[in-house]
Structures are given as C-alpha cells and as structure tokens.
Ligand binder design. Structure first.
Ligand code: ADP
Length: 576
C-alpha cells in the first residue's frame, strides 16, 4: 500500500470514527427525546383532563353549570386515548354522563363517574411509570452504546496513532542511516524494505545506487592496488636505497636496497615512527637527524654517508625530497611526507681518491723540479754567472713569473689533496692577530704595489689572541688579499679589518671590485668553482681550501657581496 493511500485511509478512518460517534450520540439523544415527549403528550394531558373533570363534577353537585366544562374535557380526553383500557373507561364516563344529565343529583352516579375518572388517572399514571422506566432503560442503553463506540474509537485511534507515524518515519530513518553509511564509504550498505509503496521504490533506487558505487569503488581500488604494486616493485628494484615517510615521519615504505644497507627487517620499521626505529640503527638515526635539519635549513648538501655495504666501504649521498601536494579544492600546498634517496657514489669516490692521490703525487713530484728551476733562475740572474742582455732578462722574468704560478698551483693542489684525504696537519696554538696580518701583508705587498692598490688596515686595539694555526690562517688571508687585488681596479683600495666579536675575532677583506652575483655566492666556496666570465688564471681551489682550513680550526668563513658594490670576505676564529 503506498503512503498516500495509507495516509488517506488513516485520516479517513479517523473521520469515520468521528461520524460514527456523532451518529450514535444523536440516535440515542433522539430516542430519549421521543420517550419523554410521549409521556407529556399521551399521559400528562389525560391527567389534566381527569383533574378538570373531577373539578366540574364538584360544580355539578351544587348546580347545573359544571356540565359544559365536564363535556369539554371529556371530548378532549376522547381524542387523547393512548393506553389500553383507556377507551372503555372514557366511554363508560360518556354513558354515565348521559344518565347524570337526566338525574344530576344522583349520588350514586357521581360516585361511579368519580371512580371511572380515577381509573382513567390510574391507567395513565401506570403508563407514566412504565414510560419513565423505558426512558431510564434507553438512557442506560445509550450510555452503553456511547461507551462501547468510544472505547472502540479510542482503541482504533490509538492503534493508528502508534502505528501510522512509525510506518512512515521508520523507512525514512532507515534510509537516512543507510545514506550516512554510504557517505562514510561503506558501500556494502543496503536497505531491506519489503513493501510496494514509495519507500519500496526509494529503497530499490538506493540499493541500485549503492551497488553501482560499490562496483565503481572496487574497480578503482583494484586499479589503485595494481598501480601501488607497480610502484612498489619499481621502488624495490631500484639500485638506490629509498625510504618513504609520511608527514608525521612514520615509515611508509623501504626498499630492498635500503633494508640491505641498514640491516633492518621490514617488520622492524614499516608503519613505525622513524625516530623509534632510529634508536637501534645508526644509519637511520643519521638520516632522521638530517631530515630534521633539512626542515630547519632549506635543503643543504650534507657530507656523504660512509657505510659498510657489499663487503666494502661504500659512500652514499643523501637526497631528501619533500613531497607536497595541493589538496583538491584548496589553494595552499600541504607537506605530506619525505622520500629519502641514497645515491651510491662509491665508484665516483674511488675515482676521486685515485685522482687526489695522483694530484698529490704529481704536485709533490713537480715541486722539486720547479724549485730547481727557480734556483737556476736565481743563478742566471747573478752577474757572476755571466752577462744577461735585456731580452734574456725579460725571458728570465717571465720564466720566474710562470714558475711562481706553477709553485702556487702545485702548493694549492697539494693542500687540496691533503684536505681531501683528511690529512690536514694543523699546528694550533695561541696566535696574535697582528702577526697573522703582518705575515699576509708582507706576502701581497709587491702584488698590491704593482697595481698601485692601497691596503688600509683598521685594527682594534688590545685584540685578544686567537686559537689558530698561524701559517694556514695567514694562507687564507693571503688568498683573500690576492683575490681582492686581482678583482680590484688599478689604484683601488682594499680595507682590511680585524675586530673583536662576542664569539672571537673577525678578519675581513673588503674590496671595491665588481662584486659577486647572488646566484654564485653560495658556490664560490666549492672546489674548482670559478664565477663564469672571471679571469681563468686561478684554479678555483683557493676559497675551497680556505673554507676547509678555517672550519678545521673551528672557525667560520663567509662573504658579503653585491654585484657592482665590491665584496667583503671574512672569517672568524675563537679566542686563544
Ligand atoms: P681562483 O683561484 O679562481 O681565484 P678562488 O677559490 O680563490 O679561486 O675563487 C673562486 C672564484 O670566486 C673566482 O674564480 C672568482 O670568480 C670569485 N672571487 C673570489 N674572490 C673574489 C673577489 N674579491 N671579487 C670578485 N670575485 C671573486
């Protein structure tokens, strides 16, 4: 039965009950009304006439004047005969009245008429009594009917009241719950409703929709699962160790290579916070530390990792990639995790070692012949060796310049190989900043004079000693100064400042040269790096070695420069 019919029937039924109650009430009221009306019309009037006839009889006993009144009431009574026996009594009175008219003073006749009238009254009073009992009965029956009908209506009304709202609301609630389940992605949800009404149709449509959604979802899910497996296989087959973390640093995946070098088992790490797993694993600890640092300092290149893998020492370069996505409907990017990739750079490292060793050997071996060339040049310059004409003197000067450069280059290369092999021999002691400065100024004096460059020194008084290797620190300062001279204009000025800072003493060299483009500023401390377009006279090693020397002494090196505004190179060393 559909809801419309149900509602119609329910309301119609209530309407019918109201009608039924009204009909029963009306019927009974009518019956009562009829019963009481008869008493008045039939019996009360007869009693009235009888009373009047008695009164007229009293008058007749004294004179003849009472006859018309008596006859009038008798006639009225004749037309109001309603009870059995009433007719005979009335006729008896008529007959006796005729005789009374002939003999008005007949006492016996008077008595008989009075008796007949009394009989008439008795008959009617008995009828009143009977009719009153009947009315009583009718009233009781009416009461019973009304009680029965009301109870029936009440029971039926209650049944409707209890069942009808539920009948309509229950399927709606069930459907609402099912829709909520679907919204919560529980696509297996169905509505079971047996009935041919609108809810049945709705439930059918809902179930069809849920089925389609389930089908769509499972087809998508299986596609995603296949994709996931494909990517997992890809990651597992990568030769580089890869670890994936979510935004809370929970490990999402780790490939076979990463498991091999870390010695972990998947169960030890997958689905666990990286920090927890790192407690028992050195490699993971260093990676997690790096991850925290990367978040703080924007992707800085860190030193390669040395790991014992494949039965030999292997080197890995870490790359930490932050994964950010823009969620659908949003504008802001959101970090959803990190992927740590370790690039195996062992073959490059091995080549690098071979190169460093080669450079060290070659530069070491070259030093002796270059020194002997310089020696020979000195001898050549000596007048005792023989006369040298101006052209020869010029050649000697040029050979001297070249051998000096060669010596500088081999020196730098040797320093570099020392740095690369980690063999820097530092002789750290308390050193006076003035002494370091004097040493450096002495070394670059001639170069500065050649370009007519003024060296302006600003040095605070009572500077504290610094903890440094005088020779290496002076080498760094010389490198700053030679660069400053090289990149300054003829007759320029170079400011050398030494000042005390909270953390120690700062040495800085400021020139008025062309400055360094911001793009290259971070790179100039890298080995073999030369700013594109600058004079290719050097090796690109000076600043890299300077950085290694200063950092090995626990200091800090840096540069402030703007293109066209000159450059200020500085380093800081701790107090002695
Ligand atoms: P190089 O031997 O080439 O001078 P460095 O390591 O000393 O090697 O310097 C690296 C690069 O930094 C140089 O090639 C040059 O381009 C740039 N540079 C160094 N000092 C200065 C400076 N004072 N002014 C401008 N550029 C400089």
């Amino acid at each position: 039965m559909n809801i419309k019919t149900k509602l119609r029937l329910g309301i119609g039924f209530l309407f019918m009950m109201i009608l039924l109650l009204s009909a029963v009430g009306l019927r009974n009221i009518n019956a009562l009304k009829n019963d009481t009306k008869n008493i008045l019309a039939d019996n009360y009037n007869t009693l009235e006439y009888a009373k009047n006839m008695i009164a007229a009889l009293d008058v007749i006993q004294q004179n003849q004047n009472g006859f018309p009144d008596f006859e009038k009431n008798l006639n009225l009574q004749k037309s109001n005969i309603t009870e059995p026996g009433e007719k005979q009594a009335t006729e008896q009175i008529s007959l006796r009245l005729v005789k009374l008219k002939e003999n008005p003073q007949d006492v016996n006749l008077h008595l008989l008429i009075r008796k007949d009238v009394s009989r008439l009254m008795e008959l009617n009073m008995a009828a009143i009594q009977r009719k009153s009992d009947l009315a009583q009965n009718t009233a009781e029956t009416a009461n019973q009917w009304i009680v029965i009908t009301s109870t029936l209506c009440f029971l039926l009304g209650m049944t409707l009241l209890v069942n009808l709202p539920g009948n309509i609301a229950n399927p709606v609630r069930e459907l609402t719950n099912s829709i909520r389940e679907i919204a919560a992605k529980n696509y297996s949800q169905r509505v079971y409703y047996r009935g041919n009404n609108e809810f049945g149709e709705l439930a059918n449509s809902f179930n069809t929709m849920a089925e389609k959604l389930e089908e769509y979802n499972s087809s998508n899910l299986s596609r995603i699962l296949v994709e996931k497996m494909r990517i997992e296989t890809l990651i597992n087959n990568m030769h580089e160790p890869v670890i994936g973390l979510d935004e809370n640093k929970i490990v999402l995946f780790i490939n076979n290579e990463a498991l091999k070098i870390s010695g972990l088992r998947p169960a030890d790490i997958i689905g666990k916070p990286a920090q927890d797993a790192a407690l028992n694993n050195d490699l993971l600890r260093s990676l997690v530390d790096d991850l925290t640092q990367t978040e703080k300092t924007d992707n800085q290149q860190s030193a390669p990792l040395k790991i014992y893998a494949d039965n030999k020492e292997s080197y890995f370069e870490k790359e930490i990639v932050s994964i950010s996505i823009t969620p659908t409907g949003e504008k802001e990017k959101k970090l959803i995790g990190h992927v740590i990739i370790l690039k195996n750079i062992t073959p490059f490292k091995e080549l690098d070692f071979a190169k460093t060793n080669f450079i060290a050997t070659v530069s070491h071996e070259l030093k002796t012949p270059i020194s002997s060339i310089k020696m020979s040049l000195l001898l050549l310059e000596n007048q005792n060796t023989g006369h040298v004409n101006p052209e020869q003197q010029q050649l000697i000067e040029s050979i001297k310049e070249d051998s000096n450069r060669l010596l500088k280059i081999t020196g730098e290369l040797l320093n570099m190989s020392q740095v690369e092999t980690g063999n820097i021999q530092l002789n750290i002691h308390q050193a006076r900043p003035e002494q370091i400065l004097e040493y450096a100024l002495e070394a670059v004096k001639v170069q500065a004079e050649q370009k007519q460059i003024g060296l302006v020194v600003e040095m605070e008084e009572d500077l504290p000693d610094v903890k440094a290797d005088t020779e290496k620190t002076a080498w760094v300062l010389i490198n700053f100064l030679t660069n400053a001279i090289r990149y300054s204009q003829q007759q320029g000025q170079i400011h050398i400042q030494i000042k005390e800072l909270n953390s120690g003493v700062q040495f800085s060299v400021k020139d008025e040269g062309k400055g360094i483009d911001s793009r290259y500023r971070a790179k100039i401390f890298n080995r073999y790096f030369q700013v594109p377009g600058s004079a290719k006279t050097g090796t690109g090693l000076g600043l890299a070695i300077s950085k290694e020397f200063i950092e090995a002494q626990g200091g800090h090196i840096g540069v402030n420069s703007e293109i066209g505004m000159g450059s200020t190179f500085f380093f800081e060393l701790g107090r002695g």
